[in-house]
Design a protein. Structure first.
Length: 303
């Protein structure tokens, strides 16, 4: 079991996202913006709407990634002081979560750099609800309960951006455009995070007691409620900031909302936590085929 977790990060130092590897001068060229307009909004000439949409989504995502990293650091510290268990013996779990946490910080760093360079603006998300989200993980329950709840919520967003990565690579197979490369390098880390989530779903969640599962689901529900508040607040702020309704006639925004609702249902809707590809309904599989040319999200990572 632990060998499976150890294997995930064997090449993490070789395949990763870091802002210093990105060719920033090419992130907002005329050709790049045209590509983004066509591939995200669904039509040419929508550059301002595209920039506003990306700023909202990636700034919001950066805040969530900082939350993930912060909770992982807390879980690491609590595991160190918890009674020994099969999962926490030795360095394997500690190393896996440390890699996960460090990479999430760099994702937030990179995405915030990207939207600022893309837009030429420095807009802070006014109410990121960081303290409210962190407070959900301040209780005295087992750190494994917190880890399970965190992975179950983070996994939904990770699954969404995986679909978008595949879409961009479908439309830009040679990776000529900046955004495609940004999602490619992000996806190198994300594939490891998904596999770590799957490990938690397969081994950590089934080991929890009924009381611990109830507490896990409460944290999940409360986290998703705060994430929804964050999304609504960010949408309002950035619509006003950019003076454009970037959700109107936005193909990607429509697909993203449908996938988010379905992924939450599949992953979080049962007593345990399911992998997203284990319960997608046929209409969503058809949507995935149309949007990203594949009926699944992570099936290749089911190891």
């Amino acid at each position: 079991m632990m060998d499976r977790l150890a294997e995930i990060n064997l090449e993490a130092h070789m395949h990763y996202l870091h802002p210093n590897r990105m060719p920033w001068d090419s992130c907002a060229t005329e050709q790049e913006l045209d590509f983004l307009s066509r591939s995200l909004i669904g039509s040419p000439g929508q550059e301002e709407k595209t920039i506003a949409y990306l700023y909202k989504e990636l700034a919001q995502l950066a805040e969530l990634e900082m939350h993930v990293s912060s909770v992982l650091v807390r879980v690491l510290a609590e595991i160190q002081s918890s009674p020994d268990s099969r999962l926490s013996r030795g360095e394997i779990l500690y190393h896996a979560l440390s890699c996960f946490a460090a990479e999430e910080v760099q994702h937030a760093n990179t995405f915030y750099q990207y939207v600022r360079r893309l837009s030429g603006r420095d807009v802070k998300l006014l109410n990121n609800l960081f303290h409210e989200r962190m407070e959900l993980f301040q209780g005295d329950e087992s750190p494994l309960v917190k880890l399970a709840a965190l992975c179950a919520t983070a996994y939904v967003g990770e699954s969404i951006i995986t679909v978008f990565e595949r879409r961009m690579k479908t439309l830009d197979a040679d990776r000529r455009f900046f955004f495609t490369n940004l999602l490619h390098y992000h996806g190198l880390d994300e594939a490891r995070h998904i596999r770590s989530d799957h490990f938690v779903f397969d081994y950590v969640v089934p080991s929890l007691t009924q009381a611990e599962l109830r507490r896990m689901h409460q944290i999940i529900e409360d986290t998703e409620n705060l994430n929804t508040q964050l999304a609504l607040g960010a949408a309002k702020q950035f619509k006003e900031e950019f003076n454009v309704d970037f959700t109107e006639e936005n193909h990607s925004a429509r697909v993203q909302l449908m996938l988010t609702q379905e992924f939450r249902r599949v992953v979080q809707g049962g007593d345990l936590i399911r992998k997203v590809d284990d319960g997608l309904n046929p209409s969503i599989q058809m949507l995935l085929c149309d949007f990203s040319r594949a009926p699944t999200v992570h099936s290749s990572l089911y190891i």
